[in-house]
Design a protein around this ligand. Structure first.
Ligand SMILES: CCCCCCCCCCCCCC(=O)SCCNC(=O)CCNC(=O)[C@H](O)C(C)(C)COP(=O)(O)OP(=O)(O)OC[C@H]1O[C@@H](n2cnc3c(N)ncnc32)[C@H](O)[C@@H]1OP(=O)(O)O
Length: 163
């Protein structure tokens, strides 16, 4: 049986100042705490949404799948650039941070509630500051959604102390 766990996640090593995202920030007590890691050459995020994220009884609200894809995208791009820079989670180096430039989601099948969702990403570098993640979201073995996320290295203008 497949193990539904991400052991080493890039979000675990984001610096505290960048660990507040509602989707994936470990310090946001109200957030989803999404965690993204490598599974061979693919990236993976596992998430079982709470019951309140209902679209119709028994099925998920689509926006929560978009949230999963969004943070799966930023985490995947960060993992990939971190590796390209010669680092792996746990070696003490600070990972790069990305923001989402665009998010495209196709909802392919109704997505059941109360089962772990698995987002699987294929990461591609467009150029060093711009990456693309093709993502698929599975509920058990059913492909329920797919999409493409374009990520850009976080501009310095996002930093509170900038300027
Ligand atoms: C609030 C988040 C805080 C951050 C925390 C981080 C850590 C936590 C992570 C968790 C976060 C969770 C996730 C979140 O919620 S992240 C929050 C949601 N996202 C944002 O708020 C981003 C808002 N947008 C911007 O700041 C700018 O528009 C960006 C930075 C994206 C581009 O700005 P700008 O355009 O001035 O920069 P550039 O001229 O150097 O262009 C760079 C490249 O990007 C290309 N491009 C631009 N737009 C698009 C587009 N729509 N589709 C495709 N590509 C696009 C552009 O063509 C160029 O490519 P190329 O022509 O060179 O090939």
């Amino acid at each position: 049986m497949e193990k539904f766990i991400v052991e080493k996640a890039i979000q675990d090593i984001y610096p505290d100042d960048f660990a507040w995202c509602y989707g994936c920030g470990r310090l946001n007590k109200d957030g989803h705490h999404l965690r993204t890691g490598w599974e061979e050459e693919k990236t993976v995020t596992i998430f079982t949404p709470d019951s309140k994220y209902m679209g119709i009884p028994g099925f998920l609200y689509g926006g929560i799948l978009a949230s999963l894809m969004d943070c799966h995208g930023t985490g995947s791009a960060s993992l990939a650039l971190h590796r390209k820079n010669g680092h792996e989670i746990g070696d003490g180096a600070e990972p790069p941070r990305f923001v989402t430039a665009s998010l495209n989601v196709e909802f392919l099948k109704p997505t059941p509630q109360h089962v772990p969702l698995k987002a699987v990403g294929t990461v591609e570098e467009i150029h060093p500051k711009k990456w693309k993640v093709d993502a698929e979201i599975y509920a058990e073995d059913t492909l329920c959604a797919k999409g493409t996320v374009v990520l850009v290295v976080m501009p310095s203008t996002f930093l509170k102390n900038d300027g």
